[in-house]
Design a binder for this molecule. Structure first.
Ligand code: PLP
Length: 372
């Protein structure tokens, strides 16, 4: 079987370092926040080219607190995309604000920057681009529009650890950036985790309080806060893993280049790395009109794949109250119908990759013959 991701293979490649980091936490008993979380925050801020990183208990919490620190709440609107994981939209709603969607670009699958201005109203307070699949949205136009209309930019970088736009890391271009360390992410915890990155000391102070019951000091609650703290164990594990992230990212990029080569001329659409972008291939997303049949054929050949995501948020029953309907975002809906994610992780072996590509090509040919 070829798995979609192989977290066990990754663990075994760094077992000694991880085991001793966990042992240290057990010995120190710093189970919540503590020295290892602070050290990880410092390392991660350097990695993200920001002044600060604040560790929290999930990417969703990171988004929620970034919005609150930015002063966004009821009556406000936040422009984002429907082509994302549900958490982006849920966090905007947690803050009390209203998500307003724009369609995505047909090549990058990220926010179509040409659509933003038409979505701005008097209530708009922020733009939240999503760096989907590991590639950053086209940030220059987003930052220019935000400046012109006095809006904040909060980057959803949950899938984009190490991704770059003109040499700048995800999360460092906007006012705030939000990361997830869900286990399957390019930098994944052994449980839940997330972080907000920013270079703004005021936001940092507020987020540090909000994640820990709004307290400035123990029992001195300045704000109405949350229990969103990062666990010591996760901080220690992430700190070890961060040291390997660049090697893993380069391995992912090499796998993506190899898939592109193997799948050239196969009839499926391979990902486009945009000019000025460093794509980190959290997801290697292909597109095919007969995606579901293709996925079933891969499954029969013992090859796991994923779909990110089959249902755009604007068409989900949970968000029907936002008032959108089929056809509102044609590119988003097309991608939702055609996208298929192939196995990609640093430890993927060359022969596995060749098997995936060859099986896929055979399946495509078989489908073409059947439909003739
Ligand atoms: C784009 C995006 N935003 C937000 C999240 C939420 O992160 P978490 O699962 O850590 O809460 C995720 C991942 O799960 C994501 O992919």
């Amino acid at each position: 079987m070829i798995p979609f991701v192989d977290l066990k293979a990754q663990y075994h490649s760094i077992k000694g370092e991880i085991d001793s980091a966990i042992q240290n936490i057990l010995e120190s008993s710093q189970f919540i926040l503590g020295k290892e979380v602070t050290a990880f925050e410092e390392d991660f801020a350097v990695y993200c080219q920001t002044r600060y990183a604040i560790g929290v208990n999930s990417g969703t919490s990171a988004l929620h607190l970034a919005l609150l620190a930015a002063g966004i709440g009821p009556g406000d609107e936040v422009i984002t995309v429907s082509m994302t994981f549900v958490a982006t939209v849920a966090a905007i709603i947690y803050s009390g604000a209203k998500p307003v969607f724009v369609d995505v670009d047909p090549l990058s699958y990220c926010m179509d920057t040409g659509k933003i201005e038409a979505a701005i109203t008097k209530q708009t307070k922020a733009i939240m681009p999503v760096h989907l699949y590991g590639q950053m949205a086209d940030m220059n136009p987003i930052l220019e529009i935000a400046k012109r209309h006095n809006l904040l930019v909060i980057e959803d970088a949950a899938q984009a650890h190490g991704a770059e736009y003109k040499g700048r890391r995800a999360g460092s271009l906007g006012d705030l950036g939000c990361y997830s360390f869900y286990p399957g992410k390019n930098l994944g915890a052994y449980g839940e985790g997330g972080a907000v990155v920013t270079s703004n000391p005021e936001y940092t102070r507020t987020i540090r309080m909000l994640r820990d019951w709004g307290a400035e000091k123990k029992y001195e609650h300045v704000l109405k806060g949350y229990n969103y703290r990062m666990e010591g164990m996760q901080g220690a594990i992430l700190r070890v893993k961060l040291r390997h992230l660049e090697d893993w990212t380069e391995a992912r990029r090499a796998h993506a280049a190899e898939y592109n080569r193997l799948l050239a001329g196969s009839g499926v659409i391979t990902p486009t790395e945009m000019p000025n972008a460093r794509h980190v291939y959290h997801v290697y997303a292909i597109r095919a009109t007969n995606r579901d049949t293709l996925q079933q054929s891969l499954q029969k050949a013992d090859i796991q794949s994923g779909i990110h995501y089959p249902n755009p948020i604007h068409l989900l029953p949970a968000y029907s109250d936002l008032g959108y309907k089929p056809g509102d975002f044609p590119i988003t809906e097309k991608i939702a119908n055609e996208e298929l994610s192939l196995p990609i992780f640093a430890e993927l072996r060359e022969e596995q990759e060749v098997t995936v590509a060859n099986t896929l090509k055979k399946c495509v040919d078989a489908i073409v013959k059947e439909t003739k």
